[in-house]
Write a protein that binds this ligand. Structure first.
Ligand code: TYD
Length: 219
């Protein structure tokens, strides 16, 4: 059975991942692919419940270790329910965040360290690695400004705050940003970094270039 292609999108809050994943999915569909889409945390019925706990502003006292374990619980469910079956069927899987997010946010942001996160990943995810990771990393200043604007909009629209992560201090995001940089430097073959303050169209161009290369490489 041919294995599909596993592609993940990563970046800070407000980096435009959601827009880009939709545009990439449309691009793939025009070329005859039927990608499986999911986001983390969430993407399954169980995962959506875990997501509620994680993003609820009232859960602010969640211990970093509990937060990390919940991220992996969500991921284990997503792998079993969505990712593995789709890859086994030869499909392309597009996942909005994966273990790099846990390494960046819990490992870097919450200072649990990379080693612990990567050990957990080996145990829980059975070593499943993305074939390609698209890391959207505009300047830290731009990322922070976008995240704040988005959070204010969500709060105004829903009256609720999903903004526990966005509400963290700049130092937290600086550590997340730094850890993403570290991951990209460590695994240049897997991680394609889209950097600089580009337009939505320019980011899309760079993304499809990286994906097209990968599709060609796997035939
Ligand atoms: P979400 O609303 O999906 O944000 P975005 O659209 O920016 O992806 O919220 C996900 C939040 O959860 C985001 O702040 C990053 C955080 N997160 C972690 O801290 N660790 C993880 O392992 C994952 C998957 C997400």
């Amino acid at each position: 059975m041919p294995r599909g292609i596993f592609i993940t999108l990563e970046g800070l809050d407000g980096s435009g991942k959601t827009t880009q994943i939709e545009r990439l999915a449309a691009w793939l569909r025009r070329r005859g692919h039927e990608p499986a889409l999911l986001r983390q945390p969430g993407g399954t019925a169980t995962g959506d419940r875990i997501r509620q706990i994680l993003l609820d502003a009232r859960t602010a006292a969640l211990a970093p270790m509990a937060e990390m374990a919940l991220m992996f619980a969500d991921r284990a469910q997503a792998i079993a329910e969505v990712v593995r079956p789709a890859l086994d069927a030869g499909r392309i899987v597009l996942c909005d965040r994966f273990t790099d997010s846990t390494e960046a946010y819990q490992g870097g942001g919450r200072e649990l360290g990379s080693e612990l996160v990567l050990a957990m990943h080996r145990l829980v995810c059975g070593g499943l690695q993305p074939d390609l990771t698209l890391l959207l990393l505009p300047s830290l200043e731009t990322s922070l400004a976008r995240a704040r604007r988005r959070n204010q909009r969500v709060e105004a629209e829903t009256g609720a705050s999903e903004g526990r992560f966005e509400a963290e201090k700049d130092a937290f995001f600086r550590r997340v940003w730094q850890k993403y940089r570290e991951i990209a430097a460590r695994e240049p073959d897997r991680v394609a970094v889209v950097e600089g303050d580009l337009t939505i169209g320019e980011v899309h161009e760079q993304i499809v270039e990286a994906v097209a290369e990968r599709l060609l490489a796997t035939g």
